[in-house]
Design a protein around this ligand. Structure first.
Ligand SMILES: Nc1ncnc2c1ncn2[C@@H]1O[C@H](COP(=O)(O)OP(=O)(O)OP(=O)(O)O)[C@@H](O)[C@H]1O
Ligand SMILES: [Mg+2]
Length: 293
């Protein structure tokens, strides 16, 4: 990703955010198609079309029940997209599809303009630069904070390469930066098992960051956190925005209010509404199915 492309992405977010604030949002992706004729530079995601993630008309059924139903949405490079919606709306299933855990029955899923994610396996998608955080923290409880972060760099390497793995200076610098970002600089030698729930969640986010993902998918990251931890997580996500693209699924509206630009409301497996939080909160259909009267 070259700086000028990042700038273009940032510029696009600003324009979109301004449009949303002015009530002129038209953020649905319908009609625009990904160009898959371009040749991607290995290791790079082609964001020349201003999209890091692009889903069009994606559907999946489980035993005849349509969990995802003609879902279309796209995310700009560096954007922090919030996704809300009632239980069973298909939010987690959407993340399963993006990360290759679930194969859709139909539709298009692109990472940048050139990478067709439906052609890749789950492990390859992680390697391509899509990191996923599940709701429950999954850190190694018997290792220290440092060891957990170090281990994150070893994953996906062969056994032999892992055995002889040493952090180079660039990686050490990154680890130090990440420790500060995730508010665990004072806990570097603590056992992960002794951390609070919130700290474990931050550590897991740190482990994802060690792999420098271009896109981070976070499913209910503040569930079970104290108010203070939630506030610090909001701060953390705002720091990550711009450097990474983020998709955050949450039910905590206070948290969404603190971090959100564009909010997508999912219901019955497709996009019900999209816009600023105020816009979607005042949308009659959203009030009906999700927020209540
Ligand atoms: N592997 C599966 N097999 C069968 N049904 C599934 C599977 N995965 C999801 N579903 C169903 O698909 C629907 C969407 O579920 P999903 O977990 O994506 O919702 P969600 O929006 O994440 O809800 P929540 O807010 O409760 O986490 C639900 O009805 C769920 O039971
Ligand atoms: Mg879910």
């Amino acid at each position: 990703m070259t700086p000028d492309l990042l700038e273009q992405g940032a510029q696009r977010i600003q324009e979109r955010t301004a449009a949303v604030k002015a009530g002129k949002s038209n953020t649905e992706s319908g009609g625009r198609s990904a160009n898959n004729s371009r040749v991607a530079t290995p290791g790079e995601v082609d964001i020349t079309h201003g999209r890091i993630l692009y889903l069009e008309d994606v559907s999946v059924s489980f035993d005849g029940f349509k969990a995802i139903n003609k879902l279309s949405l796209d995310i700009a490079p560096g954007e922090l997209r919030c996704v809300i919606g009632p239980n069973g709306a298909g939010k987690t299933t959407m993340m399963d599809i993006i990360t290759g855990k679930t194969r859709p029955d139909e539709g298009t899923v692109f990472f940048g303009s050139t990478i067709d994610l439906l052609r890749h396996k789950e492990a390859e998608i992680a390697q391509l630069g899509i990191g996923r955080k599940f709701q429950k923290p999954t850190v190694f409880e018997h290792l220290t904070v440092f060891e957990n972060l170090e281990l994150a760099l070893k994953t996906n390497k062969g056994v032999k390469a892992s055995l002889f793995f040493r952090l180079d200076s660039l990686q050490s610098d990154r680890l130090a930066d990440i420790l500060v970002t995730i508010h665990l600089a004072d806990s570097v030698n603590r056992m992960a098992g002794n951390l609070s729930h919130g700290q474990k969640q931050w550590l897991e986010i740190g482990m994802l960051l060690m792999q420098d993902p271009k896109l981070l998918l976070l499913d209910e990251p503040v569930a079970g956190m104290t108010d203070e931890e939630t506030a610090r997580t909001a701060e953390l996500f705002l720091t990550l925005k711009g450097k990474h693209s983020l998709m955050v699924v949450e039910h905590d509206m206070g948290f969404i209010r603190t971090i959100s630009e564009i909010v997508t409301v999912l219901c019955d497996g497709s996009v019900l509404a999209q816009g600023s939080l105020d816009q979607v909160q005042n949308d009659e259909r959203v009030i009906e199915v999700y927020l209540g009267r």
